[in-house]
Structure formats: structure tokens, C-alpha cells
Design a protein around this ligand. Structure first.
Ligand code: SAM
Length: 262
């Protein structure tokens, strides 16, 4: 990749992953990840598309009005509250991230002042802290259907931390008729490039764990996967026909609905 292309690629990854406002450490990490796996540029864009299609589906077709977005990242374009409230102005959103920069930047960009929107600093590894946080309780009525989003975050939870137990705990806190939105990096289609990206993350505070299709599907235990199931995120209810392949976008995910009790 020539220098100019490399620069614009980095800007794109930063904008998609970290928003317009990013930090020196983000820029260094982005450089290394792009060098190891140039397709991350496309993956970052497709990831935003997946979130937006999933939230639009939930607000428009499933009637969901409450969203808990865990590992939300820095505010960027097409944030969950913007998508949901464009469909349903009364939609309520709580953003959760363990990086305090997310709250600081959200305050600076006035996301925290958006209607029915809260941003909290908490860790996915302590789900009860998230569920019982006063701001979560103020926005979310756990007796009513809701959606929990775990987008591009579960691969930062290693097996020793019991990611399946954490997801099950969150699922159990939701009312019947609620939804889980999960996507996850997988090494299956591109073990070489995924391994390179994993090497970069190994030296950060978030080492990545790539999981197989079967292992990602297991996160949906106890909910009913809606069509088309767990697939390459570009193939999850695309707005237009896509020719993007799982080798180009090695993130898989889906949406599941917690069954209602008869
Ligand atoms: C790759 S970004 C994904 C952001 C957003 N969900 C998206 O898909 O555009 C991962 C985010 O998860 C956050 N994160 C990582 N581990 C976390 C944890 N244990 N608890 C909460 N947030 C976490 C990071 O700080 C980062 O903002």
C-alpha cells in the first residue's frame, strides 16, 4: 500500500472504529492492525452497517424501545440512539464502556445530553454493576422487552473470564421478548491475517480471543436466532445485495430473541 493510500486507510479505520476524535494510541494500534490485516478497513465499515441494520430492525420491526449497548466505543456516526430514535423518538439507550475516554468524549460531543441517552463507565466482566447502575435503571425497565448489544466486544473477553456465563447472566436479566445482538471476530476464514491482528492486540490491554462459528453460536443459547442466524455480518439482512465474502470480513454475528413464556 503506498503512503497516501495507507494514510487514508488509517483515517477510515479510525473514523469507523474510534470516531472522528481519536487518540495517539488508537492511531498507533490502527497502523499496526492495518499492516497485519488490510481488510480491517472494510470490516470496520461493515461492522457499523451491521449495528445500524440490527438496531433499525429492532426499533422498526420488533418494536424495541430500550437498548443497552455494552462495549459501545467512542461516539461515531450513526450511533445507536440516532438510529433507534430516527425510528422511534421515544427509544432509550444506555451506552457502556470500560474505557473512561468513552464517557469523557461522549460528554465533549454532548452525546450525554441527547434525549433518553446515558453513557456509563463499567465493565462487561461485572454485569451486575451494569444492570444495577442507577443510570441503567433510570432508562431501562427490565420488565419490558429490551435489546442488549455486544458488538465487537466479546472477543476481548478470554475463556477464563467465562464469557458464556456473562452473556447468560445478561440474557436472564432481560424480559421475555427481548433481543441479544452479538458479533464476534472469527479466525476461521483468514487464520493468517486474524493471527496478525491478534498479535497486535496481544500487547495492548485487550488481547483478543477469536472464536469459531460454533463457539459464537453458543452465545445465543437460550434465545431463538432470527433469520439468517449467525453469518458473516455483511450477509446479515443486507440493505442491498452484497458480494463481500467471509474472507474479507471475518466478523460473524446475529440477533436472537428470548422466547416468551406461554
Ligand atoms: C472494537 S470496539 C467496538 C465498539 C462498538 N461496539 C462498535 O462495534 O463499533 C470495542 C469496545 O469495547 C470496549 N471494551 C473492551 N473490553 C470491555 C469490557 N470488558 N467491558 C466494557 N467495555 C469493553 C473497548 O473499550 C472498546 O470501546
Amino acid at each position: 500500500m503506498d503512503t497516501v493510500t495507507q494514510r487514508s486507510a488509517k483515517r477510515l479505520v479510525l473514523r469507523m472504529s474510534y470516531g472522528k476524535d481519536n487518540f495517539a494510541a488508537d492511531r498507533r494500534a490502527a497502523n499496526k492492525v492495518i499492516a497485519a490485516a488490510p481488510e480491517v478497513i472494510l470490516m470496520a465499515r461493515e461492522n457499523r452497517g451491521f449495528i445500524q441494520r440490527a438496531v433499525r430492525f429492532l426499533a422498526r420491526e420488533a418494536g424495541i424501545r430500550q437498548f443497552l449497548d455494552i462495549g459501545s466505543g467512542l461516539p461515531t456516526q450513526g450511533n445507536v440512539h440516532e438510529i433507534a430514535q430516527a425510528e422511534a423518538p421515544d427509544a432509550r439507550v444506555v451506552y457502556v464502556d470500560n474505557d473512561p475516554k468513552v464517557l469523557a468524549r461522549s460528554r465533549a460531543l454532548k452525546t450525554t445530553e441527547a434525549k433518553n441517552t446515558s453513557v456509563i463507565t463499567a465493565d462487561l466482566r461485572e454485569p451486575d454493576v451494569i444492570l444495577n447502575h442507577p443510570d441503567t435503571r433510570a432508562q431501562i425497565d427490565f420488565d419490558q422487552p429490551m435489546a442488549i448489544l455486544l458488538v465487537a466486544v466479546l472477543h476481548f473477553i478470554d475463556d477464563e473470564t467465562d464469557p458464556y456465563g456473562i452473556v447468560a447472566h445478561l440474557r436472564d436479566a432481560m424480559a421475555p421478548g427481548s433481543y441479544l445482538v452479538i458479533n464476534h471476530a472469527t479466525a476461521d476464514p483468514r487464520p493468517d491475517n486474524a493471527g496478525g491482528a491478534r498479535e497486535v492486540y496481544k500487547n495492548t490491554k485487550y488481547p483478543a480471543t477469536h472464536r469459531t462459528h460454533h463457539q459464537v453460536e453458543r452465545f445465543f443459547d437460550g434465545v431463538d436466532l432470527i433469520d439468517p442466524g449467525v453469518v458473516c455480518i455483511s450477509e446479515w439482512r443486507p440493505d442491498t445485495e452484497t458480494d463481500i465474502t467471509p474472507e474479507e470480513v471475518w466478523i460473524i454475528g446475529g440477533v436472537g430473541r428470548k422466547p416468551t413464556v406461554d
